[in-house]
Ligand binder design. Structure first.
Ligand SMILES: C[S@@+](CC[C@H](N)C(=O)[O-])C[C@H]1O[C@@H](n2cnc3c(N)ncnc32)[C@H](O)[C@@H]1O
Length: 341
């Protein structure tokens, strides 16, 4: 990691710990997550947040109804727990890459089931940690220095009078409509000298050898992302994060890019394990869950049509000769010292 000291040196460092080309493993053929801001938290765990929307066999958040198109039921929450493990595998067991030192106030935006926030609070017992989300789906047995709140991070914030040392956000592709605004809010709400880190996808999968072309997997993502686009959701935040950080005024910006394969086709053992875990989380009803609200609400698909497409995509995902992967970006930046605004 490279830290830069002056505005003139604000060229982000991009490294890629994964091989430029992911080698395919062909051997299988042979062997077999207070105070002033309480007003902002006024919605915390109110009855409206605890009511849910039930639709097409899945459960969805009710607070800010319709803002987020993935379910929040047990099936999805188990998948989010798996997604946490996947992120840790990708990040070589690191929760974050920003060079934070002794943080006192930290927030995890859109914390989901809250495992990142729980792990962070455990590792930093001196820090006051907040995890916020539209859905109160987090566990109740949590570290004493952690608090979960219900809120909408796309609404205006009221943290600038009690700012954070570190703001973290992960896996918000398709969740957020205006990342630029969100990152500007982060800038306003982090202390001078404090750090903000986003970890996110370029949602569109690719294959380096073209093996994804013409598959049901490709059709699945084209159809589903077309619906998310209609809903106004940002699908490809990963590669745009650096520019959003720069536009917001952050310095010492650092970018790391990781490869996340789907399935056990890579030869590299680390990538193979990541691919296996990625497939496992998607097969945990992820294909249906990801597509259902987007396609039925925005493209008038029927539930049955979504099930069919999802099952075709799942079947393709099991084929060893389809070498699908996505790029994942970790971007962190620092609010300049001595620059109050
Ligand atoms: C894919 S999950 C990621 C959860 C977590 N950050 C992680 O990496 O495990 C996206 C989360 O964003 C939350 N979310 C979506 N839009 C939101 C908003 N406007 N305000 C707060 N949370 C939001 C959803 O409820 C969901 O829990």
């Amino acid at each position: 990691m490279t830290e830069m000291s002056s505005a003139q040196e604000q060229t982000a460092t991009t490294t890629n710990p994964a091989p430029a080309n992911v080698e395919v493993d062909t051997s299988y053929e042979n062997d077999s997550a207070y105070g002033d801001e309480l007003s902002w938290y006024s919605t915390s765990l109110t009855s409206s947040a605890l009511e849910y929307r039930h639709e097409n066999g899945r459960r969805y958040h009710k607070y800010r109804d319709g803002a987020y198109l993935l379910p929040n039921d047990e099936t999805e929450n188990e998948r989010l727990d798996m997604l946490h493990e996947l992120s840790l595998m990708v990040m070589h067991r690191k929760l974050y890459l920003a060079p934070i030192k002794n943080p006192q106030r930290v927030i995890d935006l859109a914390t989901g089931t809250g495992l990142w926030a729980i792990d962070f609070a455990d590792q930093h017992p001196q820090a006051e940690v907040i995890g916020c989300d539209l859905s109160p789906i987090q566990p109740t047995l949590i570290p004493p220095n952690l608090k979960f709140v219900v809120d909408d991070i796309e609404s205006n914030w009221a943290y600038e009078n009690n700012p954070f040392d570190f703001i973290h956000a992960r896996n918000l592709a398709v969740s957020i409509r205006d990342f630029g605004k969100l990152i500007r809010e982060c800038y306003r709400s982090v202390k001078p000298g404090g750090w903000v880190e986003f970890q996110d996808y370029d949602g569109y999968p690719i294959s380096e050898d073209g093996s994804l072309e013409g598959t049901a997997l490709k059709k699945y993502y084209d159809e589903v992302y077309s619906a998310f686009e209609e809903a106004g959701c940002e699908i490809r935040p990963g590669p745009k994060l650096e520019q959003w950080f720069r536009d917001a005024g952050f310095v010492n910006i650092h970018v790391e890019k990781f490869v996340i394969p789907y399935g056990v086709w890579p030869k590299d053992r680390h990538l193979k394990e990541i691919g296996a875990w990625n497939q496992a989380q998607a097969e945990a009803a992820g294909f249906e869950g990801f597509a259902m609200a987007a396609l039925t609400r925005y493209k008038q698909w029927t539930k049955e049509e979504v099930y069919l497409l999802a099952s075709q995509a799942r079947a393709d995902g099991r084929k060893r000769d389809i070498h699908m992967l996505v790029n994942f970006y970790v971007v962190y930046g620092q609010r300049p010292e001595n620059q109050p605004e």
